[in-house]
Write a protein that binds this ligand. Structure first.
Ligand code: AMP
Ligand code: MG
Length: 427
């Protein structure tokens, strides 16, 4: 069943094609995270998704402590405007508190992270204090409580430190460690099986016969899926043979939560993916008003989707190597994060950049050109990679961003502002 007809289509060229936004929204509306949780050692949680709220069992920091190297003192001892002379009676180091009490007119030397002695409510940084033998001179104008980090100001005991759905990045690892947890509960890894289809495809390690090309899609897919932390099942190259394909789809769906194929999804004579998907499961749509990547099948195979009882979500990506990457990043990545239980989904920011060259573009479809982004003379600038064919994988290796040209956009003149999607993220 094609759901294309459910959408009012804006595409002037093909009334059956969905816009990118419609397709994304539709995929999102279909998918529900439903992976089971498991406890893993903290480091193994990097890139995984937290399955349960993490309640802080203690305050972080556990006690009030100094934010500066300086002097811990009683604010009431200080003259509001004039200088106050205090006797230095000890030193408090991080991890080594100062024994003994501090009486009126006294203070202690304190280092960053050290707990102030009882009664000391203020820290004066050493740069403003003047040492005078065994005494120290403190200028007026000090604020009560300054330079003291309060117990629980980072994380308060009994409150959620992280909520379920949080993707565990380096900061989260550190935060969990700061609470003392050696293990946390994360969703199990999403299982993804993938394969390439095409009679012309040969696997690396074997010589190429005439008319053959090496299968590169399984390698880009391996890379993109590994970055998401999925558990992978590589089912190799499958010929353009409906029976073999049907068998592979069944096997792939039984083993995984998600099946990704590349190739054979168009309307050529050897393109069996779409009818097979329709026969084995349900194809929810398969044409998108975009370039590259127009034919893309989304659907499900087997029992109730989600993998728990043999069913799986299915993405039939086009065969062209650039189209595989574009459709993965524009549709599959967010879909997999959703199935992984990530909430919120990671950002996919767009950046305005000055386009240094004119670009051909017709309204009525979204385009994802490969761009080279640089920063010069105070602003972001982008130029297209040399060869933009959807089979030219070199364009992806030369590029460091997609130039995203929206559905309605017409041609771009040199000097126009366009939106770009950088390949690199900080974390
Ligand atoms: P298809 O989508 O099957 O019509 O394939 C479109 C183009 O992509 C053809 O030129 C194929 O040879 C090429 N192609 C398909 N699959 C792969 C692959 N796994 N690796 C490299 N090129 C491929
Ligand atoms: Mg093919």
């Amino acid at each position: 069943m094609s759901l294309s007809s459910r959408f009012s289509c804006l595409d002037g060229h093909d009334p059956d094609a969905l816009t990118v936004e419609q397709a994304r929204a539709f995929i999102h509306s279909q998918l529900r995270p439903r992976l089971a949780g498991e406890r893993v050692a903290l480091r193994a949680a990097l890139g995984r998704v937290l399955a349960r709220d993490l309640i802080a069992p203690c305050n972080v920091p556990a006690a009030d402590n100094s934010a500066m190297d300086g002097y811990a003192l009683r604010h009431a001892d200080l003259d509001d405007v004039g200088t106050t002379s205090l006797r230095v009676v000890g030193t408090a180091l991080a991890g080594r508190p100062c024994a003994g009490a501090v009486a009126a007119g006294e203070c202690v030397r304190i280092m960053t992270g050290a707990v102030p002695p009882p009664g000391c409510d203020t820290v004066v940084m050493q740069e403003v204090a003047r040492v005078d033998g065994e005494r120290v001179l403190i200028p007026g104008g000090q604020r009560k409580g300054q330079n003291i980090r309060l117990a629980g100001e980072d994380l308060a005991r009994g409150r959620p430190a992280l909520t379920a759905g949080r993707l565990i990045r380096p900061a989260e690892l550190g935060l969990v460690a700061s609470l003392g947890f050696a293990e946390i509960s994360v969703f199990r890894r999403l299982r993804v099986s993938f394969f390439s289809t095409g009679d012309e495809l040969s696997s690396i390690g074997t010589p190429l016969a005439e008319g053959e090309v090496y299968d590169s899609n399984r390698y880009t897919l391996f890379g993109m899926l590994s970055r998401l932390g999925c558990e992978l099942l590589d089912l190799g190259v499958v010929a353009d043979d409906p029976q073999l394909l049907a068998e592979t789809f069944r096997q792939a769906a039984a083993a995984a939560d998600v099946v990704i194929s590349s190739g054979g999804v168009s309307v050529g004579e050897a393109d069996f993916v779409k009818p097979l998907m329709a026969e084995l499961g349900e194809v929810l749509f398969w044409k998108i008003a975009m370039k590259p990547g127009r034919p893309l099948a989304f659907g499900r195979i087997g029992g109730a989707a989600g993998g728990a009882d043999g069913g799986a979500w299915l993405f039939g990506l086009p065969g062209n190597p650039v189209a595989v990457m574009v459709t993965f990043y524009q549709f599959v990545r967010a879909a997999l994060y959703r199935l992984m239980g990530a909430d919120p989904l990671p950002l996919e920011p767009l950046l305005p950049a000055l386009c240094e060259q004119g670009l051909k573009k017709a309204p009525g479809r979204s385009e994802y050109q490969r761009g080279i982004l640089s920063h010069a003379a105070g602003r972001w600038r982008v130029r297209p990679a040399a060869a933009q064919g959807s089979g030219v994988l070199r364009s992806m290796t030369e590029a460091n961003c997609f130039i995203v040209l929206g559905h309605e956009r017409g041609p771009v003149a040199a000097g126009d502002v366009v939106e770009v999607q950088p390949f690199d993220g900080l974390i």
